[in-house]
Design a protein around this ligand. Sequence first.
Ligand SMILES: *[C@@H]1O[C@H](CO)[C@@H](O)[C@H](O)[C@H]1NC(C)=O
Ligand SMILES: *[C@@H]1O[C@H](CO)[C@@H](O)[C@H](O)[C@H]1NC(C)=O
Ligand SMILES: *[C@@H]1O[C@H](CO)[C@@H](O)[C@H](O)[C@H]1NC(C)=O
Ligand SMILES: *[C@@H]1O[C@H](CO)[C@@H](O)[C@H](O)[C@H]1NC(C)=O
Ligand SMILES: *[C@@H]1O[C@H](CO)[C@@H](O)[C@H](O)[C@H]1NC(C)=O
Ligand SMILES: *[C@@H]1O[C@H](CO)[C@@H](O)[C@H](O)[C@H]1NC(C)=O
Length: 230
Amino acid sequence: MMLSGGRHRGLVLPCLAVVAALAAAPRGADAYKNYTVGDDKGWYDGLTLPGVDYQAWADGIKNFSLGDFLIFNTDKNHSVVQTRNATLFKSCDYNDSGPDDTVEWSAAAPEFSKDAVTVAVPLLREGRTYFFSGNYDGEQCENGQGFAIDVAHGQGLPPDLRPPAADAPAPSAKPADGAAVLDFSHPKNVTTPSASDGDLSGDDTTSGSSRTLARICLAVMPLVTALFAV
Ligand SMILES: *[C@@H]1O[C@H](CO)[C@@H](O)[C@H](O)[C@H]1NC(C)=O
Ligand SMILES: *[C@@H]1O[C@H](CO)[C@@H](O)[C@H](O)[C@H]1NC(C)=O
Ligand SMILES: *[C@@H]1O[C@H](CO)[C@@H](O)[C@H](O)[C@H]1NC(C)=O
Ligand SMILES: *[C@@H]1O[C@H](CO)[C@@H](O)[C@H](O)[C@H]1NC(C)=O
Ligand SMILES: *[C@@H]1O[C@H](CO)[C@@H](O)[C@H](O)[C@H]1NC(C)=O
Ligand SMILES: *[C@@H]1O[C@H](CO)[C@@H](O)[C@H](O)[C@H]1NC(C)=O
């Protein structure tokens, strides 16, 4: 009796520690990133800043993921337009695009001034997406101010970027077609085992739930051990 109870209890703490460590590990190892487009050069067309190559910049990073931000440092003479339509991107013309085809991220209407602006764009959807400047009827886009990236799932969107909470800036949070719907799948939500399993017999609650926890823990232990033994 005493012995088995003691061993039982002795396993709970290490088990909890392992579970806690497992839960914490992926988050720390794989944090969301902010990428400054063009690094120190900022976001300009090739006439303003000869030699800019944003595709080379993007290709150098490669692994963009949901929840990362692109930071565009530019001025009010340049804009930030996002689309998932390759044809539209290649034409540098979004005059005729539907309301859901493009997102204009620029902080304000173009003023054609050199006032500095910083535009932070969260990556909200997986797959290929394109960015370009829409000013001057596509002239800036034609002069090198555009690039494509592929957005991986990574760890998924953080809670504050998931659609229900996402406020104003993205006018096209609604999917335009069935094809590439926002993927806000499977937010990690660990349900506490049987916390509300209709346990109305008051006095036994605490020991009952800790016994349940211990049982789950013991059941999972071999798996956990196997994972760490590799
Ligand atoms: C990334 O940029 C966003 C938007 O500006 C900001 O809220 C967030 O704190 C930044 N994250 C990091 C790690 O710098
Ligand atoms: C992708 O991201 C990881 C983690 O941030 C990083 O260590 C790795 O170098 C990146 N890979 C490429 C090809 O940039
Ligand atoms: C992409 O954009 C072009 C030009 O605006 C348009 O004709 C075409 O229908 C769009 N394609 C999709 C799949 O929306
Ligand atoms: C805005 O950019 C265009 C090139 O796209 C350039 O011709 C024009 O001089 C710029 N205007 C200002 C105010 O910087
Ligand atoms: C876009 O529309 C404007 C006026 O609405 C026009 O002046 C411009 O030529 C159009 N751009 C292209 C690339 O067709
Ligand atoms: C987890 O689930 C509970 C109950 O269903 C809900 O109230 C809570 O908002 C969820 N948390 C997350 C992070 O999804």
